[in-house]
Design a protein around this ligand. Sequence first.
Ligand SMILES: NC(=O)c1ccc[n+]([C@@H]2O[C@H](COP(=O)([O-])OP(=O)(O)OC[C@H]3O[C@@H](n4cnc5c(N)ncnc54)[C@H](OP(=O)(O)O)[C@@H]3O)[C@@H](O)[C@H]2O)c1
Length: 265
Amino acid sequence: MTTTTAPVPVRSPLPWSLAGRTAVILGGSSGIGLAAAGLLASVGAHVLLVGRDKERLESAVARVTEAGTDAAAEVRGVPADVTDGDAMEEVFARAGSVDHVLMTAGYPSGIGPVTELGRDEARAAVAAPAGAVLDIVRAAVPRMEPGGSITLSSGVLVARPRSGMAAPVAAAGAVETLARALAVELAPVRLRANAIRYGAIDTPLLRSRYGATGAGDAAMAEAGAAMPLGRFGTAEEAASAAVFLMANPYMSGEVLAVDGGQSLA
Ligand SMILES: NC(=O)c1ccc[n+]([C@@H]2O[C@H](COP(=O)([O-])OP(=O)(O)OC[C@H]3O[C@@H](n4cnc5c(N)ncnc54)[C@H](OP(=O)(O)O)[C@@H]3O)[C@@H](O)[C@H]2O)c1
């Protein structure tokens, strides 16, 4: 890392300032990551999507490309697993120069009372998400441009823990803390780090929890009706927070909640 005395560049904090910039979205083939890819491509940013399932990734690239993408935007996909540090090196080597990194890959694991989890299962559930972020940061930062950003993902349960969720909540808490620590560590090279704390957002991840088949499924509407605003958030509503954090050069060290008031209810 080469430190600089030049301040972070002044740019418009509005989304279209991301035109021509490159964003790597780890977890870009579904849900919030896929929605972020769509928003970014629509303002002319180049996006590189990462996910494990090659077919799902290819169909995500096709979906983003077809959905009103700005003609200048390049949309690419690279299959890789974020828990594989060598694979992350390869992804960022292929990405070339990178402006923004969004990490939405993963799902809560180690669900259940701590006393009923196996020792290795519990430890892995807590350590793996932050470990993956560390590998991604090591691979990405040397290739990032001043003013760039890293955005991590956590969840509302950090603010309102529920029984049986101790391991995933601890993992998400570590990721939030890492975002703040990275904001301090990367400021001298004029890079920024933030986290987004999502409430219940209607994505394939949440739908699988309710056995729902699609976006308009009645099970989702029924479950969503119990939320403070009467429905779950949409993937686009969640993803727009990521676009805001990328575009605004003065956002760093923030944990931004997009939860429709779920942390208060
Ligand atoms: N949706 C919610 O209500 C909610 C609430 C709180 C927090 N969050 C968090 O927000 C993030 C995004 O959630 P989402 O709802 O958008 O999930 P999603 O729809 O399941 O999408 C997850 C994406 O990550 C990829 N992925 C998963 N594990 C991966 C791995 N090891 N390596 C590479 N890619 C991987 C998936 O593709 P492959 O499976 O093909 O790899 C997929 O593209 C997650 O970290 C989730 O825990 C979500």
